[in-house]
Ligand binder design. Sequence first.
Ligand code: SF4
Ligand code: SF4
Length: 421
Amino acid sequence: MIKKSFIGLVKPRIDYTILTDPDPALIDIPQPGRVTLLLEGNGNGELKKGDLLKTGQLISTAKDIFAISPVTGTVENISGWAGDFGQGYTAVSIDVAKDEEFDEQFSEVVKNISLENAVKYFSNLPGKPSFKKFKDPELDIHTIVVNGMDEDIWMTANQYVVQSRVKAIKSGMEALSKITGVNSIVLVVPESQAAAAAAAGVDVKVVSSQYPSAQPKMILKDLFGKVVPAGRNPENIGYCFMSAEAVASISDAVSTGKAPTKKVLTLINKDGGMIIVTAKIGTPVSDVFKACDINVEEKDRVVYGGPFTGSAIYSMEHPILPDTNALLVQDRENIPLVSDYPCVNCGECVRICPAIIQVHSLARLLEAGQYEEAADNYDLNSCIECGLCSFVCVSKIPIFQYIRLAKYELDRIRLAEAEYV
Ligand code: SF4
Ligand code: SF4
């Protein structure tokens, strides 16, 4: 199996949008009448239709699957939900009550929160802080990297949180250290925010504005001099990433005893205009568009995330998730095409790939469904999922989608084999 490292990474010349307005317009989406939570896997646990929930109340739908309710209300429905590639989720819909009541148990637990409870109570806070990795005996996490940049171009949600809430990020970093026992915590920001972040007294590193420099594996290579081996993750070499918003949420929960429930995201309109909005986790995207006067018509495309790495959604009832950092609306006349034209060997994808993969050869195997050969011989596992290859492909081959599907299928096969053994 080829185990090519990231040692040869170079920077493509496409820039992230950098937040420069010190006081950008912000729209606070009104509380919806109903929210929907999506929890991994299928099942109800002990949750039933008609259950009353307080804001911050812990729910569980299956073993090791937890969330807190972002609203006070009544469970209206529990049903199966198909995510990307048919991944199974449980959708819990909650009718929102007029008066909000905060859960006392949440306040009690966060006063001196343990790692065990952080895994449960913080798993769906805005920014989706994940603590599971700190409990894994096979991982030795020694450094937490707080990412103040956004994962795709045209997105500014995390930059906005750094700009407006750097003190909360500092106290969130202190809480993180207490919960996890990790003392080395570094905030990564663009150049424009470095001075203010350093003045707040946190350890800061500056990331380039060239896409995809803010991807975790690129940050490790460029700013920490660490190369993540192919097929491995930052945690495997001792680094854990969290978004700036996740860390600010931890601070809010610990300092107020109440669960933070509003997600910050960038709304990118059909004309490329960008607005920062805050919305309750679980708000249907239709409510967000309505509040922002955005008219989504038949055959327009709505994408969770940015133009390179986002995923199209098929229903306006999709909820805002704890890690939905952007909503992108594409006019039906301007939707980037995909095709079944053959590769013309132009080499554009190879030239732009930051992981120096022979992308055209990889794409041919993936089109034919030969995933294991793609992993063994064509560096599938070296791909950092930046989406640049699809963007430049003159034949409009959906290479990035093939790559994501292949990785998902291979993970499934490995999981099934591990269970069988
Ligand atoms: S998504 Fe495409 S361009 Fe980006 S690393 Fe993977 S193969 Fe290379
Ligand atoms: S950019 Fe598209 S057409 Fe050109 S070599 Fe790559 S896969 Fe083939």
